[in-house]
Write a protein that binds this ligand. Sequence first.
Ligand code: M6R
Length: 609
Amino acid sequence: MCGIIGYLGPRKAVDVIIDSLKRLEYRGYDSAGIAIHNGKKISIIKRKGKISDLEEKIKENPLPGNLGIGHTRWATHGKPNDINAHPHKVGRIVLVHNGIIENYKRLKEKLTKEGIEFYSETDTEVITALINYYYKGNIIETLMKAIGELEGSLAIALITEESDNLLVGYRKDSPLILGVGDGEMFLASDMPALLPYTRRFIPLDDEELVVIEGKDYRIMREGKVINKKITVVNWDPISAEKGGFKHFMLKEIFEQPRAIGDTIRGMYSFEDRDFYVFKDNNNFDLTKLSNIRKIMLVACGTSYHACLTSKYWFESLARIEVETEIASEFRYRDLLNLDGTLAIFVSQSGETIDTLQAMRMAKKKRAITLGIVNVIGSTIAREADIVTYTHAGPEIGVASTKAFTSQLAVLFILTLYLSKIRNTLTVNEVETYYQELLKIPRIIENYIKQANREMEKLSNNFLDYQSFLYLGRNLMYPIALEGALKLKEISYIHAEGYPAGEMKHGPIALIDNRMPVVILAPTGKVYEKTKSNIEEVNSRDGISIIFTDDTNNELDDKGVYVFKVPTIVEPLKPFIYVIPLQLLAYHIANKKGLDVDQPRNLAKSVTVE
Ligand code: M6R
């Protein structure tokens, strides 16, 4: 989980590292630390808390030097405190780490017997000690030897006491990016962290080592130097800043029209009457997609809710069997052969460990793997047979918003693509749906300010409540789940999403005049059924908060609160109904004075199991 940065170049390393760490803080914010080589020795400053706390401490002890490493931590081994904070130093080695070393206890015992003393509870100090134990002057040989003994995941950045001109990085199962600047070099856990400094990146693959000496770098695998292409990204660094909004989350909610628009642009050509969905097909023969018999959709959290939504689309439009699964469950199933299955892995970060491992397992079972990711060059993007990207831009708020609707957009296009090649829709029908999708950014744009005003006002009534229910049927069921997830993760109010028809099998017992019940009631296939659920809530004095289409007046007196959203074609309604739910969660959390962008116990990218 954690974020790491390394810098070697002409600038003051401390400034670059602190600035870049701030953009990685979404990965963890239990503690932060920095190590700078000043030409003679390495100075380390680290402390519990956020990067702003670290900055305060640095003001008291300025750190000159052009080489350094930094870290922001999401605690796995050992409490968040000053001692467990990274960087760790043992002998001449100073190191920061993201990942988990599974055999660290055994290694610690072995090293303790050799007389090595440990001060922290971390697995990272064990890695540092092991490297220092073997270090006789050749850092590459030493690293290869030490890494061979480590089990688990690691991305590390390392400097040595001997040289103020040497920065080393290594990755296995945790992300690490090399940033190639103009006469300066960087290491980071992701690209947005470095956008103000460079747009030229080389994402390291598993078991690759990068050695940076002065202005030069070499990437090595199994002891041999390899050539890797530089990826140039065109992300705007400004889009990684708050742009006038109080929180990244609010900014990202408002960015959805742009994010969806950028994602769908160019995915279909009316001239060619054909789709251009896949960005990288890694030489995979796309004609094989005509023969798939089944789709499996696998993801975590919000990305899983996007999968669940698309299940209804794939079934009803592409007429194909679909299974959805939470990645952490999927990866421990005893799967049969997946020949003829298209296994789709959806991830904003492209680094979520459960999703990544699930994909690796599906690949072994011979599924065709498709990654839908937001971060270019991320591990899932690199390892999937075929890849398509959402173009949401960097998502900084821990609560996912614009990535979700962008994922929906890709999944809907994929549904149309499969419907076309499987002949379940005519080209005219495909184009009609695609035209409707193209209207979505404008419809959200026109609606979002109204939704923001309404939800801001509504939030005042619910700051002291302990629990919420969110109900929806069919396409609105995943949206109910998503609304509940948003509320609980940032406002710490218990919230449960439920299929509305299932309510009478249990949750109805919870309903009384202290229970707010959000009911998603668009017109369409299951509207009449949902109306009955509204009655069930009202007759038990539940505080009904109803969302329905703006062309429907029938429910105006059926809820304690009734809100209207723009009426659009039925399959696309999830795009609209999720907007007020994101905003309601945001305003409740904001008014409760909580840390909206970095809620407690969470991290943006979950790269540990
Ligand atoms: O990067 P991913 O899409 O793979 O992340 C999956 C989940 O960790 C993520 O959606 C999480 O649930 C968010 N905090 C939800 O807002």
